[in-house]
Design a protein around this ligand. Structure first.
Ligand SMILES: [Zn+2]
Length: 62
C-alpha cells in the first residue's frame, strides 16, 4: 500500500485513484485552499507584504 502525506498538514493518507481524489495531493479541500493561500502569500511577499505566518491563523479559525 502506498502511503502519501498531505504536503500541508503532513497527515498520512492511503493512496486513492486520482479520479476519486479531486483534492490531490492534499488530504482535503481545506488543505488545498491553504496551499493556494501560500501561493498568494508568496505573491504578496514579492510586493513587500509578508504573509508567511498567516495560514497558521486560518488553520485555527476554520
Ligand atoms: Zn492536509
Amino acid at each position: 500500500m502506498t502511503q502519501v502525506k498531505c504536503p500541508i498538514c503532513d497527515k498520512p493518507m492511503s493512496f486513492q485513484a486520482r479520479s476519486e481524489w479531486p483534492d490531490f495531493p492534499f488530504c482535503s479541500l481545506r488543505c488545498k485552499r491553504i496551499d493556494l493561500g501560500r501561493w498568494f502569500g508568496e505573491q504578496y511577499k514579492l510586493q513587500g507584504h509578508d504573509h508567511t505566518e498567516d495560514f497558521h491563523e486560518e488553520n485555527k479559525s476554520e
